[in-house]
Design a protein around this ligand. Structure first.
Ligand code: A2R
Length: 323
C-alpha cells in the first residue's frame, strides 16, 4: 500500500519532522524553489497538511491546489493562521494544540506582569549600565492590592487565575458569556471590566471576533495607573491606540508578548522605556514546544489510523469520518 502524502508548509521542530517522516511521505514546501510547479505535481496527492504561523495564513488559494486534503494540523492553540471556516466548507478538519501549553503561557503571563510592574528588565539594564553606583533604582508600581481583569477566561485564562490566587489580588473577567462554575465577577463589556480593573491580562483567541477588542475607549477606562498585559494575539489590541495611550499617560504601562506585524515591532513601542516587550515567547520552552509538536504529529497519525482527530477546532467538529 502506498504511503500517505503529507505537506509541511514551513519548517517545524525535529520531533514533528521525524514523526511524520516515519509515518508518511512528507513533502517540504519551504524547500521547493518553484512552489507552483511542485504543487502542480504533488498537490493532487496530498491528504494531510502540517502548518504553523511561520508559513503565514493558510487560505483557499493553497487548498485549491490540494483537492484531496482531509486534515490541516496547525501548530499552536491559536489558529487564526488557518481559514478554518473555508476548510470546513471543503470538508477538511482543522486541528490545533490546546491544553499542552496552558501552564507555560500562564507562567510567562505572571512573569511579564511582575516584570512590567516592578520594572525588572529596566532594573537589570540600570545595574549593567553602572547607574546603581550613583543612585538606587527608583521605586516602582506594585501588584499589592490590585484588581486584575482577565480578558478571556478560558483554559489559559484559568491557569493565570490559579496563579494569581497566590498573589492575593481581586480577579474579575470578561468573555462573551458568563461562566456558571466561576466565582469571579463577570463583566459583559470590556469597558466595564477595564473600569473595574487596575490590570488587564488579555488571553483571548485572535481573529475577526476579537480584533481591537482593546481599543482607545477600553484603555481610557483602564486609567492612568492601569497596566495592560497581552499574551493573546497582537490583533486583539489596537496597537496605535495603545502607543498613544502609553505616550500620553492614559495608562501607566504595558507588557507585550505579541504584536500586529510580528516579528516587526513599531519603533514607537521600542522607544518607550517603561514598557516591557517580549518576542512572542509565551509557549517557548523546549518542553512545551515539543509537547505542541507531538500533538501536531499525533493528530495526523490518529486521523490516518482512522481514529479521528485528537483536537479538532470548533469550526470543524469531528463527525465520525476519518482517514
Ligand atoms: O467568549 P467566551 O465566553 O467563549 O470566552 C472565551 C474568550 N473569548 C472571547 N472573549 C471576548 N470576546 C470574544 N470575541 C471572545 N472569543 C473568545 O476567550 C474563552 O474564555 C477564551 C478562550 O479560551 P480557550 O478557547 O480555552 O482558549 P485558550 O486555550 O485559553 O487559548 C486562548 C488564546 C489562543 O487562542 C491564542 O491566541 C493565545 O491564547 O495563545
Amino acid at each position: 500500500m502506498s504511503r500517505t502524502d503529507i505537506l509541511m508548509t514551513a519548517p517545524m521542530m525535529p520531533i514533528v519532522i521525524e514523526a511524520l517522516d516515519k509515518a508518511f511521505t512528507l513533502h517540504r514546501l519551504w524547500e521547493q524553489s518553484d512552489q507552483a510547479a511542485f504543487l502542480k505535481d504533488v498537490g493532487p496527492r496530498i491528504r494531510g497538511i502540517a502548518t504553523s504561523t511561520l508559513y503565514g495564513r493558510l487560505e483557499a488559494s493553497l487548498l485549491d491546489r490540494l483537492p484531496k486534503a482531509e486534515i490541516i494540523s496547525s501548530f499552536g492553540v491559536g489558529y487564526d493562521n488557518v481559514d478554518a471556516v473555508e476548510a470546513g466548507t471543503r470538508g477538511i478538519v482543522v486541528t490545533n494544540t490546546p491544553g499542552v501549553l496552558d501552564d507555560e503561557v500562564a507562567d510567562l503571563a505572571i512573569g511579564l506582569l511582575l516584570a512590567t510592574l516592578r520594572k525588572i528588565p529596566q532594573a537589570d539594564r540600570y545595574l549593567r549600565e553602572g547607574k546603581w553606583l550613583k543612585a538606587p533604582f527608583p521605586l516602582s508600581a506594585t501588584l499589592r492590592e490590585k484588581k486584575v481583569g482577565i480578558v478571556g477566561l478560558g483554559r489559559i485564562g484559568k491557569a493565570i487565575a490559579r496563579r494569581l490566587a497566590g498573589f492575593d489580588v481581586r480577579i474579575a473577567y470578561h468573555g462573551r458569556t458568563q461562566q456558571d462554575d466561576v466565582a469571579f465577577t463577570y463583566h459583559p463589556t470590556i469597558v466595564g471590566l477595564a473600569e473595574a480593573s487596575d490590570i488587564l491580562i488579555v488571553i483571548t483567541p485572535g481573529g475577526a471576533s476579537t480584533k481591537h477588542l482593546i481599543n482607545a475607549e477600553a484603555l481610557k477606562a483602564l486609567g492612568s495607573n492601569g497596566v495592560l498585559i497581552n499574551v493573546a494575539r497582537g490583533s486583539v489590541v489596537d496597537e496605535q491606540a495603545l502607543i498613544e495611550a502609553l505616550k500620553s499617560g492614559t495608562i501607566l504601562s504595558a507588557g507585550l508578548d505579541v504584536y500586529d506585524d510580528e516579528p516587526r515591532v513599531p519603533q514607537e513601542l521600542i522607544d518607550l522605556e517603561h514598557v516591557v516587550l517580549l518576542p512572542h515567547i509565551a509557549s517557548g520552552s523546549v518542553h512545551t514546544r515539543n509537547a505542541m509538536g507531538k500533538l501536531v504529529a499525533d493528530n495526523l497519525i490518529s486521523w490516518f489510523d482512522g481514529k479521528g482527530p485528537l483536537t479538532p477546532v470548533a469550526e470543524t467538529p469531528y463527525t465520525g469520518r476519518a482517514g
